[in-house]
Design a protein around this ligand. Sequence first.
Ligand code: FE2
Length: 279
Amino acid sequence: MLTPEQRDRYRRDGYIVIPNFKAPDEIARLRARAGDIVDAFDPAESRAIFTTRDQARASDAWFLGSDNTIRCFFEEEAFGPDGRLKQAKALSINKIGHAMHDLDPVFKAFTHDAKLAAVARDLGLEQPQIWQSMYIFKQPGIGGEVRWHQDATFFDSTPISVTTFWFALEDATIENGCLWVEPGGHCGPLRERFLRDGDAIAMEKLDGTPWPDDSTAVPLVAKAGDLVCFHGLLPHYSAPNRSPVSRHAFTLHVTDARTAYSPRNWIQRDADFPVRGFD
Ligand code: FE2
């Protein structure tokens, strides 16, 4: 599936962009399904998060409870000072997560794709395990920033194997908040580890290496249908979306079963709901 040049580039830069990976009809089906999930979502269910005094703990619980199910998350700027949505619900959701790839037939079909299995193999994932899916809306005007981070922070294994598959479902531009990465940055250390202990979460600082700045970061402008694959140690971020255009993307986080998945990662599976690969 990947050419030797693409594999070399991935090893050198820590990422590759594969143009036109998904066809317009596959994207249209995923987008429609995401729209249906948001339509069916009752904001009252998690609105409490933004009105309770114990906001941080309630929002952590809503997040932690989404590990092996399907939940919607609001954009931080979705609500006015009166606690009401400033725009329609469909334009207020930041993302859907985190197990659609196993629980929803449309997301499942998009994920379990022989072409994708071949790419994963070519990137060195011999026994892929898909832990997480996210549908990211990056809404017009209020799409939130995602600060610099490495995905291995959330999917630690020994040795590190997590690989991110990032599908552009709409054109991603500098204006609407495309990804920024530091080419070659995957050769640096893991800076932080996100740890779960029951209902408690904590960010552990591991290494003080500074995050990239404008001198080394490059924007990954992508067209709808493009697939970006990147290494779990690659530093990346995305700016807020202040443009009038949304920037939908879908992501999968995948480790290799030959590496030891940390029992302290926030997403775990048990025998009733085993983690699967692309087959
Ligand atoms: Fe990320």
